[in-house]
Design a protein. Structure first.
Length: 386
């Protein structure tokens, strides 16, 4: 695998002075690594194989995740490649300030001063095409910088050209290959803790028999399968002996309620009932999860739970699971906005490359057949019972 990977990753830009590289392409003298990835749960999970590769290539280095506030709580005490989390202050293009607020230049100055005092040997940009993230990374003052880059992004010491349609896991593995970090795995995996299992046990108390979870929410409305389709699948699985729960964040309370109202069989709402770790343990205890393409589906896969995901074709390229034994997908091939007909397959790049997406939030996945989803979910449910 390593030899093949080295051949795949030959197309790299930039270089290092003589004497900097060790055998295998690793940098010499690396004691502290900063990794920029300050966004949501699914985004973090896709970066995990790259972080594991960095840990294997630099076993003695400290890996510091420049992340979001939630990373610190979720990763505290959890085995994995990250040694420490430093939350990034609100910063344009990295962590957008809350609605109605502005980024604080003084807070950012203090953050960068503290990061420069860390004296990072290597800074790794796993945060997009680089228009905002590359200048951010360079300001850390690390000896070496690597990452992703569009044609108009500020250059790094070594970089991979950012192309929109690419599996995210592979994208980030290409980046860390620039510093000799070869893959140790392709599927994101997280370890459950006792505190996670305790939360899940409490949330599922009173539900005996196989439990099936439905997750009808998604931040992007275009990724949301209609509530009536989730309800139909839920009823079909309840008829096969499953106990149903419908999960969601606080912002998804209305769609959780709508799914339950449309069902003929009982289902328990679990809205903001557990932490992220608790949600992972909850899905691990379920026979199957039926979900939109969103963070919870990726979280379920990372703990080995079976899932059926509803995907828009473009998103399947970037965010779809790599295997199909326990991760089934159903795909919508809608490529124009159902309201205005605007094309949807072009990457959403900043002007002048192209315009922004249309303003409509209509589902692009409504055409996915509930019967086909039910068939896959029922098969996985039966496998869990056998």
């Amino acid at each position: 695998m390593a030899a093949v990977w080295r051949r795949v990753c030959r197309g790299r830009r930039g270089g290092y002075p003589a004497g900097v590289l060790e055998s295998g392409g690793r940098l010499s003298g690396v004691a502290r690594i900063a990794v920029l990835r300050a966004n949501a749960i699914g985004d973090f999970l896709f970066a995990l194989p790259a972080l594991e590769a960095l840990r294997a290539a630099y076993p003695g280095a400290e890996i510091v995740l420049l992340g979001a506030d939630w990373h610190a709580g979720f990763l505290a005490g959890r085995p994995g490649p990250v040694d420490r989390v430093v939350p990034v202050p609100p910063s344009r293009g990295i962590r957008e300030p809350p609605a109605g607020e502005m980024e604080d230049p003084a807070l950012l100055d203090a953050f960068f001063k503290a990061m420069q005092e860390e004296r990072f040997d290597l800074a790794v940009q796993l945060h997009g095409g680089g228009r905002w993230s590359n200048p951010f990374l360079r300001r850390l003052g690390a000896r070496w910088t690597v990452g992703l880059s569009t044609r108009d992004a500020e250059p790094l010491d070594r970089e991979v050209r950012y192309a929109f349609y690419q599996p995210e896991v592979v994208r980030f593995l290409e980046v860390v290959a620039l510093v000799g970090a070869e893959p140790v795995g392709l599927e994101p995996r997280i370890t459950l803790l006792d505190r996670d299992r305790a939360e899940a046990t409490a949330a599922l108390a009173g539900l005996d028999g196989p439990v099936v979870a439905l997750h009808p929410g998604a931040r992007d409305g275009r990724r949301r399968w209609p509530a009536e389709h989730f309800a139909a699948v839920g009823d079909g699985l309840a008829g096969r002996g499953a106990r149903l729960v419908v999960t969601g964040a606080a912002a998804e309370r209305a769609v959780v309620a709508e799914v339950i109202e449309r069902m003929r069989q009982p289902a328990a709402p679990l809205v903001d009932a557990v932490s992220i770790g608790g949600l992972a343990a909850l899905y691990a205890g379920c026979a199957v999860l039926v979900s939109n393409d969103t963070g919870p589906r990726h979280l379920a896969a990372a703990v080995g739970a079976a899932s059926v995901g509803i995907y828009w074709c473009g998103n399947l390229v970037n965010y779809g699971p790599l295997t199909r034994g326990r991760q089934r997908v159903h795909v919508s091939w809608t490529v124009h906005c159902p309201v205005c007909g605007a094309p949807a397959t072009e990457p959403e790049l900043p002007a002048p490359h192209r315009g922004r997406r249309c303003e409509h939030d209509e589902s692009f996945v409504a055409s996915v057949d509930p019967g086909a989803v039910l068939a896959d979910a029922a098969e996985l449910l039966g496998a869990a019972d056998s």
